[in-house]
Design a binder for this molecule. Structure first.
Ligand code: FE2
Length: 248
């Protein structure tokens, strides 16, 4: 988006807040210094094939794609961990639902370990947990999936930093070239405020928007907790996306 001011639903204008997104180089999160751009950014328009290429549809989803408790199970038993349902609505800047959008999510297991060959944490793998799933939003913009609560994990930033429990999200637009990525945290987690990555975000309201709310009324009795996490694609109340440096 190249304009500075976005039109609202009733002619109201949304001013872009350029402080919403962290600066590209934030030394407390050490690796940003190595990958932050050193030159002015170039704007590249979308190519024809990007805009007209195939998109992902409902028919491509498997029955267990939104069930991380079962979608990687090797022996038919459930993944280990605190069971929960995560759901939410994908919205545009005027709070209109965004239907038929591919939402992907990935996370560590209950011990805080990823199933990845470069994972360096000693926590045990769960043979029945893969850590990845996907949904397509329904006609009202809602997605939902079943999973277990991920554990916190350490990372070698300054020697002894820890990430709060979190789930990574990706949302696709009208084409695969349009992809936004963010992270979801859990309400009430004290680790959020000690995380060097979270600390790169200047605005507490932006951090609050990345924090899922416990939805006590929608818990499943004797089965699963429930958390709600809405995603706002742009505008003044936009979710903070990791790869959207322009801020809207
Ligand atoms: Fe992570």
């Amino acid at each position: 988006m190249s304009g500075i001011i976005l039109p609202g639903a009733d002619g109201q204008l949304f001013q872009r807040d350029r402080d919403w997104h962290p600066k590209a180089d934030t030394p407390g999160y050490k690796s940003t210094t190595f990958r932050a751009p050193r030159h002015s950014l170039l704007s590249l328009g979308p190519t024809q094939s990007e805009m007209t290429g195939p998109t992902f549809g409902h028919e491509k989803l498997g029955a267990l794609d939104n069930d991380l408790i079962r979608n990687f199970s090797q022996d038919g038993t459930d993944a280990i961990g605190q069971r929960m349902v995560v759901y939410g609505q994908v919205l545009d800047e005027n709070a209109r639902p965004v239907p038929n959008t591919l939402v992907e999510y990935w996370q560590a297991n209950a011990g805080g370990r990823y199933r990845h060959k470069k994972e360096g944490y000693i926590a045990a793998l769960d043979p029945n947990f893969g850590g990845f799933g996907r949904s397509i939003t329904d006609e009202n913009g809602f997605y939902h999936f079943r999973t277990i609560k991920p554990g916190a994990y350490p990372w070698p930033n300054t020697g002894n930093d820890w990430r709060p429990a979190h789930i990574h999200f990706s949302v696709f637009g009208h084409a695969f070239a349009q992809r936004l990525i963010t992270q979801m945290y859990f309400e009430g987690d004290p680790m959020i405020w000690q995380c060097p990555i979270v600390a790169t975000i200047n605005d507490k309201a932006a951090i609050d928007q990345l924090t899922a709310r416990l939805d006590r009324l929608n818990t499943t009795p004797m089965d699963a907790l429930c958390y709600r996490f809405d995603i706002v694609l742009r505008g003044r109340r936009s979710t903070m996306f990791e790869n959207k440096l322009e801020g809207n």
